[in-house]
Design a binder for this molecule. Sequence first.
Ligand code: ACM
Ligand code: ZN
Length: 649
Amino acid sequence: MRRLALLGSLLAVLIIVTSCGRHATVSEIAVVPEPVFVLQKEGSFTIKDNPRISLVGLGQNSPTARYVMSSLRHGHLHPSMVASGKNSDIEMVILDTANPELGEEGYLLEVRSSGVRMSANTERGLFYAYQTLIQMLPPDARRIHYRAITLPECTILDYPRFEWRGAHLDVCRHYFPPKFIKKYIDVMALYKLNRFHWHLTDDHGWRLPSERHPKLNTIGSWRVYRDDQPWGEAEPPREGERATYGGFYNKEDIADIVQYAAERGIEVIPEVEMPGHVCALLAAYPQMACDYRGNKNEVNPYQVQIGPYWPPKAILCAGKDSTLIILGDILDEVLDLFPSSRYIHLGGDEAFKDNWEQCLKCQRRIRVERLRDEEELQTWFMAHMAAQATARGKQVIGWDEVVSETLRNNGDELADTLEGIITPPHSSLLTTNFIAMAWRGQQLGVEAAKSGHKVIMCPTDYCYLDYYQANPLFQPKSIGGMVTLEKAYSFEPVPVGTDSAAIQNILGGQCNLWTEYINTPSHAEYMFLPRMLAISESLWSPADRKDWNRFRRKIEEQKERLSARGYNYCEGSFEPQFTARRVDDHTMNISISTEVPNTYIFYTTDTSTPTRKSNIYLGPINLERGTHIKILPVYKDQERDTVYEYVIK
Ligand code: ACM
Ligand code: ZN
């Protein structure tokens, strides 16, 4: 068994422990995401535990230099800075003359017999060179002190395929503390993701601080505690029950997180949902809803939601000027909190318009603005808010619903089938320059790109990390769906057949983590790891550098790396996968594997229940048609899932 384990793994670190300490020799480079070009050579260089660092073109106090020093210390090393030109072990160079191939984020990493040299056009490039270097160190280097680490001589040339490499986190359905947000940012940085999409307002909580609208925090940030009950079965609040679950980030938290992210090459994109997903906002300010008249005796029908809330019919009134003015003021305050963000996400998804159909003011707005219907009223509403953000120099992003109206008005057939019947083009507002976040399907993203919108791809069927990742019977309860690691890895942001003009408009993609069913940091980690790595490789690496078999073996090493950094993760799907070849009329030749390398497959063909004493699968087997095969997966010395049972047909 041990021999098999070695064959299945890519882990190629030899560790020798002597009286002087541990010495690791790394013989294979297994970095995620896969670099553009790797040339491994014969020689080697040994980094001792007191490496000398020299800088060219950047100062000792630059964020990247400080980050590298602090990170090396976390890896139990004792680095020191030496003047450039002196002998050093690791040299970091901002190139005098920019290398156009490297762009803003690319780098060159060379390990030579004389030392390590990282060079780039920018600090960001050097930051990524360093992330690659630390992934060349033994995976447990964060946990264990190595006296010396010998690296293979190599040249790595690397730069990203897409500029937008994002990860989203919903902190509304459950609140996650700043410490965890930083841990999320850390892992994004390790895998070269560069956009943190922070979903900060929704039906279940308002997580932004507000001085001008304090009820957003005193009311909108809190809900009745129900985490002792399954999300899907949460009891409604009882009369007089206090709202004790939730919280919000204060100004200092936000400034600190934005700076922390920036030092790691990550831009924070705050999201403020509108016109739907607004229960928390309406719980605080019900006068912004259609059906609330603000009479003294009127009871606020809106509450910060607990548990499932579907269909989410609460919606801001698009007919009241006061709603637009208050929302504009809220948005202004949010923009002040994120001065360095170039983008603001204005939501726009799943806005149910039942209230608008009944509301006299919304209907009046439709008439006065000569809009076609409630769908176009949403376009008008979003355009109105977008104009405010644009006037402050921000680029606006919306979920793909925001552009499907534009597509419909362009006579687009796909949008037609998605949303309903088209009437002739109308409205100057439709030129609004939303970046579309394509979540309901990649084809919608392609259509938006064709119509001139910039697009970020995050289709549910590849990028939703709240979906199950393995057999639901053996996984924590999730919202549903199924995105295995392999499926996430097959994410191709530019679908085959996309025309070249549209390709230019696809900025990249991202993974999304909604947290209805996820209420602890550890569970969140379990959901996004390791699938976030699959999305990262799809967004960074050239398509022809991707290789599922190599990736799944790299993941085994990355799991150790993540574990040494204190992350939880999912081991993967142990459901057997088959390929079959016909031998003759009665016999099939069957290959069996699982997504996870180093899984031992024990099996029986006599209907008995397999145990670890049964046959072990070592390679393709011939089985008669009609045979019952029962399979027991064993991984890391533990029986996984269950006995799977199949009949060969
Ligand atoms: C979404 O998942 N509702 C954008
Ligand atoms: Zn209304």
